[in-house]
Design a binder for this molecule. Sequence first.
Ligand SMILES: Nc1nc2c(ncn2[C@@H]2O[C@H](COP(=O)(O)OP(=O)(O)OP(=O)(O)O)[C@@H](O)[C@H]2O)c(=O)[nH]1
Ligand SMILES: [Mg+2]
Length: 366
Amino acid sequence: MALQVGLVGLPNVGKSTLFNALTNAGALVASYPFTTIEPNVGVVPVPDPRLQTIARIMQPEEVVPATLRVVDIAGLVKGASKGEGLGNKFLGHIRNVDAIVMVVRCFADPEVPHVTTDLDPVDDIETVEVEMALADLTTVENTLERVRSQAKANPREYASQLAHLEALQQRLATGQPLRAPDVPAEERDMARDMQLLTAKPRLYVANIDEAELPEGGRSTERIRELAAREGATVLPICARLEAELVESLKPEEAEEYLREMGLESSGLGRLIRAGYHLLDLITFFTITGGKIARAWTLHRGETALGAAGAIHTDMQRGFIRAEVMHYDDLARWGSVATLRERGLVHIEGRDYVVQDGDIIHIRFNV
Ligand SMILES: Nc1nc2c(ncn2[C@@H]2O[C@H](COP(=O)(O)OP(=O)(O)OP(=O)(O)O)[C@@H](O)[C@H]2O)c(=O)[nH]1
Ligand SMILES: [Mg+2]
């Protein structure tokens, strides 16, 4: 399962610039609104130094990192749900992402027009939130219509589904997001199953001026206040600087430069870390036939059987057992043989709960 994130925001806030910084894909960036029309989709390797260490020890022929899929779409404006700007149809391109990254403009650059006259990040967030709520409302109302007609023949069977849908409708009609903590669990689950956008886990990127690195200024502070109410993380990133760095420097040099600016790592690194935390994801590793060392993403709490399924459905179907060692032990002792001697390679069954950093070998029947 590759982690997928969708970038949303007003036009000209730097979504495509951030996309390029994350993916080094060279998407079109320009100082006019609605530069992006067709979505940009990029797949990026998830940086994980542990995979390099495993590779150094195991000397595989190939090293395959876990991946992150980033989708950059057109900007939303006030009234998008009624067809303003480019409308909101392109939101369909991010229906199946795991998390939404809202990019908020905090940089002040007279060369880059902003859709409203002054920069008010909180207002801007509100505008985009309302448009997403209205897009969700359309989806809910279409579903309601269908379920109501199905319910005519069998009202009892559909009663609770209808009640939940109506509750979602009411909330969305007033522009409220469905990930709010007071949304009852059953309704939130339904909203997630329906892939409603305002129900998706959320991160905020404050796109700041270079001069405001690393923490951001007053605008970032206001976003933090707003985000705190929903327990969301705010990442201050200077998208333009990071996009320039990935274009002109090697990754190690770019990281070094950012460290000098007071940042622990690149925007990509920070976004991935925040995304894994938000979605409660972990990484496990496989070393196939001593030849391919690979990192995989899994939800925390998933079992060895789930890990097998993440690799291949055949492996899940024919699961016999898992041989598990931990990255920390391998890094410490430096060879699988030593881990075996020390009893650090465990045989586990299908219900074993996978831990972050596990190196797993699955035995299965074909
Ligand atoms: N000064 C400054 N300018 C930036 C920054 N990030 C992006 N820009 C500029 O803002 C303009 C818009 O950037 P884009 O990345 O195209 O914005 P977008 O959100 O994708 O815009 P649409 O696709 O039109 O919705 C470009 O001129 C960028 O160079 C930043 O951190 N600082
Ligand atoms: Mg764009």
